[in-house]
Write a protein that binds this ligand. Structure first.
Ligand code: AMP
Ligand code: GLY
Length: 428
């Protein structure tokens, strides 16, 4: 199988790393890729925002399967363009990617099909939105309708914060057209988990649950980021609760999408809010999550190329997807200053020493090669991941690897997986 992976972050490094272990993967290309991926796959400078160009390249290079990592090309219809040209694609159509691309669409879908989520109202008029916020009071959550690179959500603990967010999004068009409409929703209290599932549109198979760490500092303090680390499996999602989520959320959502004429295939990412034995949907994404994928895929025992091709061709069977009973922890090493401004081009040392440790893999998220040296090139630089027999062991190995790696002003959290560890402690 000749495979093209679209993307160049930590998620794509994890995808390529797992695909490269497949006996079926003859040749892997990645566009654009990154220096961590380069030893595993051929990185090609392809303009992935240009669907026609990608289709032509895929045909010229006789690609059998395209795996689309990020949401932007999916929402822009890259999957449709490729499928129309006869190529197998892992990732939904634009119509199905609306489950992430339009929060209005996904909330209306959940309402129509009784899928548990926060109470909400959609507004396209600023004054109407403000009146609703004043009526509901805080805490309350404001979400721009469209894609906003993960920055379109404001969880407002005070009413003023919510009103200011509406002014920014609807009045000043902070996210452009993505904010023409907003979802205003009830604040949900609880613990979050990310549950991904492989699906070919009919069969859906869950992965191990993961937990992300959004805030930049320890103890979940400081501003939100793209994610400072992750671990899997997340014990907050017990087997019983996972099965309940499959029954009440995930299977009904897949059926709803088909019924709406938007059959969904690829990876369905369900962001859950868990409280006791109840789970509600925070959001759906039309792709793998980052950094969670870096903790989930190391636990997959199946053949990822085979699974992805089966998802793309309607031939997924549950027995293809198996999981090891180990645990994985991913610690993100970020540039000092992230998620605000930060420097780029700082040399990174110790990568080989860290990678050489047993059960450790250093995924690259924002790196670049300059004159043969690897330097920082983004906010999130590396996802240092370790596998262990359990979460405490995986955590210890991940931090031992982090300590080998150096770059100026490196920042990372020291408490990744704290919720799982707290649960373990309480259960003894
Ligand atoms: P989203 O992009 O919809 O996942 O929102 C980003 C983050 O905002 C989520 O991961 C949650 O931490 C938080 N969030 C979103 N919606 C709610 C809600 N209704 N109640 C509480 N927190 C929320
Ligand atoms: N880890 C959150 C996301 O990928 O959206």
């Amino acid at each position: 199988m000749r495979i093209l992976v679209i993307g160049g972050g930590g998620r794509e490094h994890a995808l390529v790393w797992k695909l490269a272990q497949s006996k079926q993967a003859e040749k892997i290309y990645v566009a654009p890729g990154n220096p961590g991926i380069a030893p595993l796959a051929e990185c090609v400078p392809l303009d992935t925002a240009n669907n026609e160009l990608v289709v032509k390249w895929v045909q010229d290079n006789k690609i059998d399967l395209v795996v689309v990592g990020p949401e932007v090309p999916l929402v822009a219809g890259l999957g449709d363009a490729l499928r129309k040209a006869g190529t197998a694609v892992f990732g939904p159509s634009a119509a199905a990617a609306a489950i992430e691309g339009s929060k209005t669409f996904s909330k209306e879908l959940m309402k129509k099909y009784n899928i548990p989520t926060a109470f909400f109202k959609v507004c396209t008029d600023l004054e109407e939105a403000k009146a609703f916020v004043r009526k509901q009071g805080a805490p309350i959550v404001i979400k721009a309708d469209g894609l906003a690179a993960g920055k379109g959500v404001v969880v407002a603990m005070q009413e003023k914060e919510a009103l200011d967010a509406l002014d920014e999004i609807m009045g000043k068009h902070k996210f452009g057209a993505a904010g023409a409409s907003v979802v205003i929703e009830e604040f949900m209290d609880g613990e979050e988990a990310s549950l991904f599932a492989f699906t070919d549109g009919k069969t859906i198979v869950p992965m191990v649950a993961a937990q992300d760490h959004k805030r930049v500092n320890d103890d979940d303090k400081g501003p939100n980021t793209g994610g400072m680390g992750a671990y899997a499996p997340a014990p907050v999602l017990t087997e019983a609760l996972k099965e309940k989520c499959m029954e009440t959320i995930i299977r009904p959502t897949l059926a709803a999408m088909a019924k709406e004429g938007r059959p969904y295939s690829g990876c369905l990412y369900t962001g859950l809010m868990i409280k006791g034995d109840s789970a509600k949907v925070v959001e759906f994404n039309c792709r793998f999550g980052d950094p969670e994928t870096q903790a989930v895929l190391p636990l997959l025992d199946g053949d990822l190329a085979e699974i992805m091709m089966a998802c793309a061709t309607g031939t997924l069977r549950p027995e293809m997807v198996k999981w090891s009973n180990k645990a994985a922890v991913c610690v993100v090493m970020a540039s000092g200053g992230y998620p605000g401004t930060y420097k780029k081009g700082l040399p990174i040392t110790g990568l080989q020493e860290a990678d050489a440790l047993q059960d450790v893999v250093v995924f690259h998220a924002g790196t670049k090669t300059v004159d043969g040296r690897i330097v920082t090139n983004g906010g999130r630089v590396l996802g240092v991941t370790a596998i262990g027999n359990n979460i405490p062991q995986a955590k210890e190995k991940a931090y031992a690897a982090v300590e080998r790696i150096h770059f100026a002003e490196a920042h990372y959290r020291s408490d990744i997986a704290w919720r799982a560890l707290k649960r373990l402690k309480n259960s003894h």
